[in-house]
Every structure is written in C-alpha cells, then in structure tokens.
Design a protein around this ligand. Sequence first.
Ligand SMILES: *[C@@H]1O[C@H](CO)[C@@H](O)[C@H](O)[C@H]1NC(C)=O
Ligand SMILES: *[C@@H]1O[C@H](CO)[C@@H](O)[C@H](O)[C@H]1NC(C)=O
Ligand SMILES: *[C@@H]1O[C@H](CO)[C@@H](O)[C@H](O)[C@H]1NC(C)=O
Ligand SMILES: *[C@@H]1O[C@H](CO)[C@@H](O)[C@H](O)[C@H]1NC(C)=O
Ligand SMILES: *[C@@H]1O[C@H](CO)[C@@H](O)[C@H](O)[C@H]1NC(C)=O
Ligand SMILES: *[C@@H]1O[C@H](CO)[C@@H](O)[C@H](O)[C@H]1NC(C)=O
Ligand SMILES: *[C@@H]1O[C@H](CO)[C@@H](O)[C@H](O)[C@H]1NC(C)=O
Ligand SMILES: *[C@@H]1O[C@H](CO)[C@@H](O)[C@H](O)[C@H]1NC(C)=O
Ligand SMILES: *[C@@H]1O[C@H](CO)[C@@H](O)[C@H](O)[C@H]1NC(C)=O
Length: 832
Amino acid sequence: MDSLPIHTIFSLVCWSFCLLPFSASSDSRLLPGKPLSATTTIISDDGTFAMGFFSRSNSSSGTKHYYVGIWYNNIPKDNVVWVANRAMPITDPSSATLALTNGSNLALSDTNGHLLWMTNISTKSSSSPEATGGEATLDNSGNFILRSSQGILWQSFDYPTDALLPGMKLRITHKTHALQRLISWRNPQDPSPGNFWYGADPDEFLQRFIWNGSRPYRRSPVWNNYLVVGQYIESIKSTLYFSLQRIGDEVYIFFGMPVPTVSSLVLVKMDYSGTVRIMIWNINMSKWTDLQSEPNQECNKFGYCGPFGYCDNTQPIVTCKCLDGFEPNNKQDWTANRFSQGCHRMEALRCGQGDGFLNLSTMKVPDKFLYVKNRSFNECIAECTSNCSCTAYAYANMSTKAINGDETRCLLWMGDLIDTEKLIGQGENLYIRVNGLSDKKWSGNVLKIALPVVSSLLIIICVCLVWICKSGGKRRNKEIWKKMMPGTSSTAAELRDGNFKYPFISFREIVLATNNFSNSNMIGHGGFGNVYKGILGDEEIAVKRLSKGSGQGALEFRNEVILIAKLQHQNLVRLLGFCIHGDEKLLIYEYLTNKSLDAFLFDATRKSIFGWPIRFEIIKGVARGLLYLHQDSRLKIIHRDLKASNILLDAEMSPKISDFGMARIFSGNQQQGNTNRVVGTYGYMSPEYALEGVFSCKSDVYSFGILLLEIVSGLKISSMHLKSDFPNIIAYAWSLWKDGSTKDFVDSSIVESYSLNETSRCIHIGLLCVQNSPNARPLISSIVSFLENGDISLPHPKQPIYFAEKNYETDGAAQDTANSANNMSITVLEGR
Ligand SMILES: *[C@@H]1O[C@H](CO)[C@@H](O)[C@H](O)[C@H]1NC(C)=O
Ligand SMILES: *[C@@H]1O[C@H](CO)[C@@H](O)[C@H](O)[C@H]1NC(C)=O
Ligand SMILES: *[C@@H]1O[C@H](CO)[C@@H](O)[C@H](O)[C@H]1NC(C)=O
Ligand SMILES: *[C@@H]1O[C@H](CO)[C@@H](O)[C@H](O)[C@H]1NC(C)=O
Ligand SMILES: *[C@@H]1O[C@H](CO)[C@@H](O)[C@H](O)[C@H]1NC(C)=O
Ligand SMILES: *[C@@H]1O[C@H](CO)[C@@H](O)[C@H](O)[C@H]1NC(C)=O
Ligand SMILES: *[C@@H]1O[C@H](CO)[C@@H](O)[C@H](O)[C@H]1NC(C)=O
Ligand SMILES: *[C@@H]1O[C@H](CO)[C@@H](O)[C@H](O)[C@H]1NC(C)=O
Ligand SMILES: *[C@@H]1O[C@H](CO)[C@@H](O)[C@H](O)[C@H]1NC(C)=O
C-alpha cells in the first residue's frame, strides 16, 4: 500500500473537499475478488473520470460522511457527477468496500459488513462472477458499466443522480418504469437528495419542470420539435443538443454532442439552489461557466405573473405584463410589483360574435394545455374557434413522426393562461382569443387619436375661458393666452400631436393613482421632493411631489409649468400635467420603464447588458436634449442639476433628461447669471457655480463632462473604488489621458463591445467640458458635432483643477435641506 502516505499528506492539506484515494494501481475495471476500497480508485482509460470513495464534509462539521461516486479526475472542484449511496453515507471508510457479488451485483458494504447500497439485478444463476465473465468498467464517457458474458447487466447512466453527462438520457414517459429525474444535492457538502428535482411533467411529457418539493418552481418551454439543437460551442468545436427519442414504449430526453470525444467537459446539473445549469469547464479560468441556466430571474419562476400575465424577457429589466386585451386585477399591487393576482379581460368574450385571435410571437406558451393529436393547422384553429371555452391555441410541426407516428402538435387552452413568457429570439406563436378583434382594431385606433384631440381641445377652451375671467386683463397671462390660441403661435400639426395635452389633474385622482403616496409606490426622492409611480387611466405615470417652499404662488407655478410642458424633444421626459392643491404642488410625467441611468451604470449585475453602443447612443441623446434646452427651445433653459440619476431610460434605452426647468419652477423667472439659490449636486456642479453661485450654460456643460466620464468608466464621481492617489474621477481621467492610456479608464464590463476610438474621444470631450474656466469649455452645440462627427479635431484640454469634495462642504453659505438617495447628491437651497 504505497499509496497510503501520500493519501495522509493529501488529507492534511485538503479539508474543504477531499478525494481520499491516490492509488498507484489504478485500473478502469472492477474485477471479481478485487473490491474497491477507500484507498483505491478506478480511472477511465483516458484519465477523464475516476470512481471511488469521497467526502465533501469539511473538518469543522463533526462526523465526516463518505460516498462512492464518479467524478472528473482532472477538475479540482465541483467535479462529482454521480453518487451511489446518496441517502446512506459511510461514516467509517476504513474497510468499507464496493464489490462484485456472486449473483453479479455490485454491492457496497460498510466496515461492519452492513449492505448500504446494491444493484438489484435478478439473475438466475448465483454462480461466481468469474464463472459468468462478470466485470465492471468505468468508460471514457463517465459511465460505469457492469457486464457479464450475456451483455450489459447494469450501468450508472441508467441511474442519474443530479447531473446528466453527454450521452445520458432521462426517461420522460412511464409505461413499465418510473419517470427519471435529476434530484439536487441537499447542499454543496451533502449529496443526499435535496428539495429540487427536474424532469418531465408527469401528466404531459411535452414539457419539463423544476419542482421544489411538490410545487412547480420553473417550467421549461414546451417542445415544438423533436430535436432541439443547442448552441455551437467554439471552444469544443461541437454543438450541444437535446432531443426527444422513443426507445420501445418509452420516450427519453437525450443530452449529447455529435462529437463524443470532447464530451467530458459539459454537463447538465440540477443544483442544490434550484437552478438547472448547462455548464462547461473553462480550462483557462479553471472554473465552471454556465452556457445556460434557468430560472434566471424571479419573473421566470412558475406562475410569477399570475393568470393572463406574462413575463417579458425582452425588456432590459425583465418584468410582468398583462397579455394584450387584459389589465391587472389589482392595479395597486401590480404597480408595487406584486403580480400574483394576474390580469383580467378588459372586455368579455361574446362567443361566436366576432371574437378574434391575437397572434403573439416568440412566446413560451402557457401551462395546462390539452394536446390534440393528428390535426392540421387549420383543423387546430377550428378546434379552438368552435369551442367557446377555448381561450388560446398554439401549433407546431414536430418535423418528424418520431414519437407518436404523428408530426403535429396542436395545443388548446380551456381556462386561465398561466406561466406565459415572451422570449428573446426563440419561442412560438400563441393565438389568444379576444373580444371582437376585427372591428376593434380599427375603432380602437380612431378612438386613440380622436379622444385626446377632442379632450385637449375641450381643456384648452375651458382653460382659456377660466383665464379670461380670472386674469382681469393681466398682461402676462394674456400673452400666454395668446400663445395658446390655435392659429396664432401654434400650428395645426402641434395640435394634432397633442402638444396641448397638459391638463390640470385633480388631487383626488393623483391620490388614487399613487395609492395615497404610499411608500411602496415611491420610486425616488431628491432635493425637489419625492417621486411616486402611479396609474392614471391606462397610463403609467410618475408623480413628482414638490417639497414645500418653492417660493412661488400658484399662478406663477402654473404658468411656469405650462411653458415647460411646451418643451418637447425626444430626449426630454414628457410632462403630462400638474396639480395644485393647497400647499401641494405636483408634476405628472410619463413613466419610463427602465428607470434612471445610474441604476444601470453603477450596478455590477446590470452593467454588462449595457454595452458601449448603447452607452454611446445615450451620451449623444443627452447632448441633443441639452442642446435643445440651451439653444433650440424658446426658453433657453439651464438644467443646473444634470446627473446620472436625472437621465431616465425608456423601453428602447433611449435617454430622456428629467427635472429640466426645475430651477425655473423653484426660483421664478430668473434670467440673470447670479443667484443666491444654489441648486445642484456636489461633484456635478461646476466650481464657479458651487463656490460663487454663478451659473450659465457652461455649468451644464461641466456636469455633462462629468456624466460623460462616468458613462465611459462606469465609476461614480464619488466612487470609493478609485485609486486612492486620485482625488476624483477628473484627476483619474486626466492622468490616464495625459499618459495616452485611456484604455485603462474604460469600464471593464464593456471591453467586448467598445471602440477605443470612440471612448478615447469621449474622454477627451469630457476633459474639455470639465475645464476650470467656463470660457474654455465648448458650447453644447460643438459637443454635439464632436460626438456625431469623428473627423472634427478636438482642442487640447487644459489641466483641470481638482476639487476635493471637502471644498464644497466648507462653503459657509450653503445649507443642506435635503439628501437624496445617494449620499453625495446634496441639494442646497439657501433661504431668501
Ligand atoms: C463547512 O460546513 C458547514 C456546514 O455544512 C458550512 O456552513 C461551512 O460553510 C463549511 N465551511 C467551509 C469552509 O466550506
Ligand atoms: C435494491 O432493493 C432494495 C430492497 O428492495 C432497495 O431498498 C434498494 O433501494 C434497491 N437499490 C437500488 C440501487 O435500486
Ligand atoms: C461465491 O461463489 C464461490 C465459488 O463459486 C463460493 O465459494 C462462495 O461461497 C460464494 N459466495 C457467496 C456469498 O455465495
Ligand atoms: C422551496 O420551498 C420551500 C418550502 O415551501 C420554501 O421555503 C423555499 O423558499 C422554496 N425555495 C425557493 C428557492 O423558492
Ligand atoms: C484558452 O486560452 C487559449 C490560449 O490563450 C485560447 O486559444 C483558448 O481559446 C482559451 N479557451 C477558452 C475556453 O477561453
Ligand atoms: C403570427 O406571427 C408570426 C410572426 O409575426 C408569423 O410568422 C405568423 O405567420 C403569424 N401567424 C398567422 C396565422 O398569421
Ligand atoms: C390522422 O387523421 C386522418 C384523418 O384526418 C386519418 O386518416 C389518419 O389515420 C390519422 N392518423 C393517425 C396516426 O391517427
Ligand atoms: C369544449 O371543450 C371542453 C373541454 O375539452 C369540453 O368539456 C366541452 O364539451 C367542449 N364544448 C363544446 C361545445 O365542444
Ligand atoms: C411538417 O413539415 C414537413 C417538412 O417541412 C412537411 O413535409 C409536413 O407536411 C409538415 N406537416 C404538417 C402537418 O404540416
């Protein structure tokens, strides 16, 4: 036993994971009379797999438990692929053995000779294995096969535990045998059967589930082809596939690769945390990486979006929606991201009288379907149309007759549609029944156009009448009134575009819409007040509840809002209305699904979906929005608080500047360049503005420069991750730019998508914007051309003067009145 000393040393060294044996006499076979013990291993011919005794218990957890299993021999961690005695651990391995018995069975017995596990093969002869030519071999695919002269008696591939290796299969119909499943480990140390298992739906082999105990936890998309070809993987020069195959009376899922020699590096695993992963071993990084895993997010869990809701995976922030023609059962819950109550029909079905089917593409179709065999597509449609309780159908051509001698797959749904999803680039067409689609489509559109026009005309007329009565000839109001008269300053086109849609919205409506400003509806807060999400009619809105003390009277406020609401640009957030109620002043904006830029830029997990092309478009969009505010709009608005949290993103990730005009609302119609009210956020404020209260368009340019540097680097102006030798992001950018190593400044999570040319140019422009002298900073119009035309040569920036954050705080005139969510964003309002 020359292996023992080595083993002793080894077990001293390793404690979190231990494979006991380091056998000198390794063989790929288990022979009669030569049982496997704790000091020996069996190794496949090519050295990929090993079989023997192992323990995952760590030394701190008391008794060590030992198991007989198969693992990847050359992979140091998470390498076990099969376990024999999952539920019956060995506590004392010293003379435990796995041996071939006389009846040609494999039997594992502990030191006291108790049987812990055995293969239950019933053979007629009880003659010795030598006599029947019995032996067991661990082959290169990781399969441990027991053979006799009659052929294969037993193989480990027929008894999967928590993992599928290429070439393994899972039985998904049951005639004579039970269904097969992958059952998770209890935890990373304990291979005994855990809570999660993965396998076919016992009622319908066409779909698979991950179960948590007896509850469905995740449902895979329904098969719509007998062969599901997976990805081609460059590193192993092969394609992974899952396929459905019939063997005799039973149907199996096969997992495999056409090139079996490289098969050893990939596996499917039901992991102890409830995730099914397809993993590949990355040799360079020495770790497993996921090729695919499910569920990926909360929203993908079974039934998360409730009946008639669906999980929309195509959005950057994956969330629930109601199917077309449906609305939330409980709008307050829905707005607060509680989706389980689902949705209901907006209009009841009138069976047979003009009901139509809506075609939703790239869907994961719902659960609980009726599988009707041997139907053409038209027969399938007829099947659903003719039965009033049929709510949806889906059809697929399975491409071969492999399973039922039938290549059609017609699915019907008779009740609620649950666990539906919209997928990215895969999925199938789902046809759902809705009320009178044929004429609704048309009338719906006409209503959509006509209603706002008519109602905004009515509102304009009312507002004008009220003003004529109330203003008593005040000049200022007359001017506004004149501006608003159709045909004077506004064109018919403006009217049609709904330019005049900024009605007064009643306080009661807003209270209802925001669930009385409940905390669960609050989506942000800052110096100007809190922001709430709400639902007004069918529209999602964001309500900004201004903090008290704007210093403006109601009329002034109203006039400012109406002016600001006239600013319309695709890169500005749309103001929908306002409300004055006693002391309360509220602004109602369109709600943007993707929240603010900082939620992506500074979030470790979301950063990566946020590649350079998207970032560059955002930079250009913000610049265009700012150009409109500074130069193209009638009002020449200086934003004064431009920062990442004030850039909102719509569903297409197009940026929209928010909070513009706030300075006007808060300080009245100031045109002078000096104010005793400093509104802004430290770090983003230009030195002259922060220290002296002097502001101009160039103060916004400064803030834009900071924003640019943040977007390129993914670092916050106030980041603690910066190298300690740099006081802030400007100094860091300058130092790298000066040395020509701008590459190091670029966010490491966009290395795959970025263009060094563009990022370097952006850093250069950023440095031009943050120059100390306002006159040296470019105008926003120049910045837009710099960004859009890469050929324009850029001036050389002056070395910036670095401001430590402390300098701002010692500014005696400033007085903090509010803190926003991030500590560095402090709005300073000095009382007048
Ligand atoms: C040791 O095992 C315990 C219990 O299973 C676990 O909580 C702990 O993290 C393990 N320690 C190490 C270092 O793996
Ligand atoms: C073998 O049969 C025994 C008794 O019926 C049973 O407890 C055990 O789980 C079976 N072993 C396997 C590997 O199926
Ligand atoms: C196995 O067979 C051998 C000879 O064939 C015999 O000597 C031995 O007793 C048998 N063992 C058992 C457990 O039946
Ligand atoms: C699984 O089910 C158990 C018991 O119902 C529950 O406590 C646990 O949170 C579930 N796990 C997950 C990941 O949902
Ligand atoms: C590992 O590194 C080699 C050489 O650097 C490279 O050719 C190969 O593609 C890398 N493999 C993976 C899986 O990244
Ligand atoms: C449903 O939509 C998909 C994708 O738009 C299209 O390919 C399919 O033909 C449509 N089905 C019908 C019946 O029109
Ligand atoms: C399918 O239906 C057609 C008639 O619609 C019938 O002739 C055929 O035998 C059926 N095939 C099977 C496999 O049931
Ligand atoms: C509609 O389908 C349901 C479920 O298959 C069935 O019970 C019912 O009888 C059908 N109704 C008609 C009118 O065919
Ligand atoms: C399914 O597709 C195959 C090949 O594209 C075609 O030959 C066959 O007619 C189709 N079957 C049905 C029922 O549409």
